[in-house]
Design a binder for this molecule. Structure first.
Ligand code: SF4
Length: 85
């Protein structure tokens, strides 16, 4: 039986993986490499945490970090701009 089609941007990493384990591993690696990719580190967020360019950003603001949601699609933003140092 063929698998149903999946979004093109869903990496093989998450296919069939345990979501909690993947999120835990990603969180550790993001800390280890000091990876900035979320709204709190982005130049486009307001002081209240909203996105000034209008992207839905709940997943990128959530604590604790949960990059891979219930739909198994990673939440990343292509408009991310790092805050000034
Ligand atoms: S551009 Fe992306 S990372 Fe930046 S505030 Fe908006 S949703 Fe968040």
């Amino acid at each position: 039986m063929r698998e149903p089609p999946r979004p093109r941007f869903q990496p093989d990493l998450v296919r069939g993986g345990d979501r909690q384990a993947l999120n835990a591993a990603f969180t550790l690696q993001a800390k280890e490499f000091d990876l900035a990719f979320r709204c709190p580190e982005c130049a486009y967020r307001t002081a209240a945490g909203q996105c000034t360019v209008g992207w839905p950003n709940e997943a990128l603001m959530a604590e604790p970090l949960e990059v891979i949601g219930a739909d198994l699609i990673p939440a990343f933003c292509k408009a991310f701009e790092p805050d000034a140092p």
